[in-house]
Design a protein around this ligand. Structure first.
Ligand code: 2AM
Ligand code: CA
Ligand code: CA
Ligand code: CA
Length: 256
């Protein structure tokens, strides 16, 4: 089986793993703060994917949120960047609105991407040929839209963060309407279907955006750091993702 098809199968199997484990109840721990949580299922799902990938592809490398590959210094070879559960707070509080996010890069170049909305059974994915799909539906390039009438996603915490409060509020006031769904992967994925016009946040990790970046860029969107710089796959950074015209406008607003 091709890498893309195999990876898709792994992601679907991982979602079955999550649903089975959820039914047994969650063990929740906090990480850096009381609202930075991890569960036994986040860790178990990453281990599930890690073991699958290593058994089929022992020479591939893996970076995952819950402990794998944090010391990786370069993007040589085949690199899987994995978030076993993106939106853990939604997972814990709502048991829905979370995703598995997997981006595969070869020598630093996008190969394929998968974001699976686990409870809705919706898979956003892209094959090495460059087409992007929502389940079986091939998606069109992202359309431009005016900021003033668009729905954009912002990380809600950014609005209350002192240093950047002014720029986040200015952007929120200029946008048509603002949402904060709590899963970076799903917020990026929804740009591909046109349900969200932009996603803007500070401080994400590579596993939060590795798959979404591929999906959005392949449909003509632009993804950069909050200051408009190229994304480094191995570094934490802020993110602005949108159609090129809106991207430019947002970068100007938040850096004014
Ligand atoms: P996570 O659920 O995988 O941790 C929430 O706005 C989004 O930001 C989620 O995609 C979440 O990913 C991500 N995020 C990154 N760092 C975080 C942190 N320290 N605490 C909570 N969410 C974080
Ligand atoms: Ca986390
Ligand atoms: Ca995440
Ligand atoms: Ca996670």
């Amino acid at each position: 089986m091709e890498l893309y098809e195999q990876a898709k199968q792994f992601v679907i199997e991982a979602s079955e793993y999550i649903k089975k484990e959820m039914a047994q109840g969650l063990t929740v721990e906090s990480k850096s703060s009381l609202n930075d949580l991890v569960t036994n299922v986040d860790k178990g799902c990453e281990t599930f994917l890690y073991e699958k990938i290593m058994s089929y592809y022992p020479d591939h490398r893996i970076v995952g949120e819950e402990g794998h590959g944090h010391d990786i210094q370069d993007t040589d070879g085949v690199l899987w960047i994995i978030d076993p559960i993106d939106g853990t707070l939604n997972f814990v509080h709502q048991q829905k609105n979370f995703a598995i996010s997997v981006g595969i890069y070869i020598d630093g170049k996008p190969h394929s991407a998968f974001i699976l909305d686990v409870m809705n059974h919706d898979l956003y994915h892209s094959s090495p040929g460059g087409a992007v799909y929502f389940n079986d539906q091939k998606l069109e390039r992202i359309e431009p839209s005016p900021l003033e009438t668009s729905l954009i996603c912002l990380n809600a915490r950014w609005l209350v963060k002192d240093a950047s409060q002014t720029s986040a509020l200015t952007l929120a006031k200029k946008a048509g309407t603002v949402r904060s769904y709590g899963s970076s992967a799903l917020e990026l994925a929804q740009i591909t279907t046109g349900q969200v016009a932009s996603y803007v946040t500070y401080q994400l990790k590579p596993w939060d955006f590795a798959a979404g970046l591929i999906l959005v860029e392949r449909l003509g969107g632009v993804v950069t750091t909050e200051t408009g710089q190229p994304i480094n796959l191995l570094q934490a950074s802020g993110l602005v993702a949108a159609h090129p015209s809106m991207h430019k406008e947002i970068i100007e607003i938040i850096n004014a």
